[in-house]
Design a protein around this ligand. Sequence first.
Ligand SMILES: Cc1ncc(C[n+]2csc(CCOP(=O)(O)OP(=O)(O)O)c2C)c(N)n1
Ligand SMILES: [Mg+2]
Length: 331
Amino acid sequence: MDKLTKRDGKVTRNNAGLINMYRTMLTIRRFDERASQEVRNGAVPGLVHPYIGQEAIATGVCSNLIEGDRIVSNHRGHGHLIAKGADTRRMMAEVFGKKTGYCKGKGGSMHIADFGIGILGANGIVGAGLPIATGAALAARLDGKGKIAVVFFGDGACQEGEFQESMNLASIWKLPLLFACENNMYGVNTSYTYAIAGGDLVKRASAYDMPTASVDGNDVIAVREAARIAIEHVRAGGGPYFVEFKTFRWSGHFVPEAIPDTRPKEEIEAWKKKCPIVRFMRRLLEDGIVTRPELQKIEDQVMGIIDEAVVYARESPLPAPEDALDDVYSA
Ligand SMILES: Cc1ncc(C[n+]2csc(CCOP(=O)(O)OP(=O)(O)O)c2C)c(N)n1
Ligand SMILES: [Mg+2]
């Protein structure tokens, strides 16, 4: 394996950038650990879909984005939002259903959006982000400023009609869109090997006449490199690109654990050994990018950010009953 300190192809492995990616991955992990804990403690109305185990994907992909690029997320969206720069205090407040949250406490975890920084929203409807991102990519093309859209979606979303429609339109119109498919092997408890005809998402995407790749989604450097190649193609006007990131979700489908997790225990344990954060931390240490005390400092900073977000969320007011019909589409 190449040392991270060397230049490899066009990837400039700048130390600050690498450390920043590590900090982002850790922030995502600690955010979702804490949000899950707060749900279990009863502090949160509703539920959360933890992104724990998949942190390398949002982090590696978003590290290639520039101002003005847009992302569309899904129900497992906290990681995408943090990697694109969302404010963790307003995110946590939304998870807590508080007035200071991104949707004034009326949307919850699955509806967080921040248009100002290009986050067009998480989404509770499986597959629904795909046509939104296709529209965003069309808008980017019409604007002519070289911006792109990225849509994050799971293996389960590939069985929705919106997947087929979006892939087709993006291809015939050559839209600047990256399809970032997070294949975490299951949709709830259904294995993708059962749910996907032909068993191969890349083959399916190729049929829409776009370039494809399939990479280890638990290796942030591999993710970043695959996304860099794809985004370069997309930004240059080459049309859409499909990348499958193979990964695994550590938790049950959502927290609280109302649905029994029937995935094989050995499979879960085997994937935990491929923890994207531990793997990246080892590389950073081995290649002399960080020292253990520096890692501890990052851990302390991240815990401080998460503690602050929880205090902010706890101390914020609930939305007022008289505001219930404001900011909603129909009443
Ligand atoms: C249209 C639609 N069908 C079903 C559901 C219920 N549901 C929520 S998440 C999910 C599984 C999605 O799997 P995948 O896309 O692989 O994402 P993952 O949860 O694995 O991250 C299902 C079936 C839904 N929210 N929307
Ligand atoms: Mg899945």
